[in-house]
Design a protein around this ligand. Structure first.
Ligand code: GDP
Length: 297
């Protein structure tokens, strides 16, 4: 499918004369290949350009070590720079859930995997951290979405707030808070409404819920296969609501994960988790090394 960057670069360097240090010309030639590889991995053009410029500064003049080829050496510099940009949080999987009951707000567009991710994280908090979790759907316009969370809750053995028809999202969020306090829950997770596109009402609703519960974490769920769109969505949500981290879903798909790099460069927000399938266990803590390897191919 894709030619890996290592393969591309060894081809390039085979054609160059061997020297004691990486020359400007060697590095430039290699970095053209790096740029193409990044674009193929769905990294945005502006981000790819900036990234390559940063690598160029680091690579020029580095002495060529005997143990590795110049191609491998540039790959290593690129890899290290990728890891450095992708790393946003020293412990991305650790949710701030002290002071029970801790509210976690889940936001994102419809179809991004928000409800699935809410349940996956609830299961993880329950099983790995021994927490008591209550989940509540605030999607009053889509009864099917509320039922979906209830079904997932039953499947994973996590409680959901009983559905009361006619309540608005803020009222549901407050009821979840009360129920979580009275019921001795450690965490309550609020699955906000999703829309196909960001609109004023969606943002106003999420902001009202945020103000009502003061979440410890606001996690934005975005489809990792949507590339630049994912980054635009993140920028908008962060500007309007403020997010504490991003969950990239569908990273089990064919994509090369370039959205992760664009996301970090453009929004500066830490990527906290990646979704790797439809099953309730298919979620992992974000690891910069793994995504860097995948982008490089
Ligand atoms: P929501 O509208 O944002 O709440 O999206 P859902 O949680 O209902 O998810 C939409 C679809 O995407 C469902 O069929 C999920 O099973 C699927 N899905 C969610 N996360 C992932 C993932 O990480 N990988 C894959 N392959 N599918 C996912």
């Amino acid at each position: 499918m894709f030619e890996s960057l290592s393969d591309r670069l060894s081809g390039v360097f085979d054609r160059l004369t061997k020297q004691g240090a990486l020359s400007d010309e060697d590095v430039k030639t290699a970095l053209r290949e790096v740029r193409v590889a990044l674009l193929e991995a769905d990294v945005s053009l502006a981000v790819a350009r900036d990234f390559v410029a940063a690598v160029q500064d680091k690579a020029t003049g580095q002495s060529v070590t005997k143990s590795i080829t110049p191609g491998q050496q540039v790959v290593k510099i690129v890899h290290d720079e990728l890891v450095s940009v992708l790393t946003g949080d020293s412990d991305p999987g650790k949710l701030k859930i002290d002071n029970a009951p801790a509210p976690i707000l889940m936001v994102g567009l419809q179809g991004s995997g928000k409800t699935t991710t809410t349940a996956k994280l609830a299961k993880r908090l329950t099983e790995r951290d021994g927490k008591r979790v209550l989940m509540a759907s605030l999607d009053v316009n889509r009864p099917a979405a509320m039922e979906q969370l209830e079904i997932l809750g039953r499947q994973i053995g996590v409680d959901t707030l009983p559905i009361v028809k006619g309540e608005d999202p803020v009222a549901i969020a407050k009821r979840a808070k009360t129920q979580a306090s009275l019921g001795g829950y450690d965490v309550y997770m609020l699955d906000t409404a999703g829309r196909l596109h960001i609109d004023q009402e969606l943002i106003a609703q999420a902001a009202a819920v945020r103000d009502a519960v003061n979440p410890r974490e606001t996690l934005l769920v975005v489809d990792g296969l949507t590339g630049q769109d994912a980054v635009n969505v993140a920028t908008e949500f962060d500007d309007k609501i403020g997010v504490s981290g991003v969950v990239l879903t569908r990273m089990d798909g064919d994509g090369r994960g370039g959205a992760a790099l664009s996301m970090r460069k453009v929004t500066g927000k830490p990527i906290r988790f990646v979704g790797l399938g439809e099953k309730m266990d298919a979620i992992e803590t974000f690891e910069a090394e793994r995504i860097a390897g995948r982008i490089l191919g």
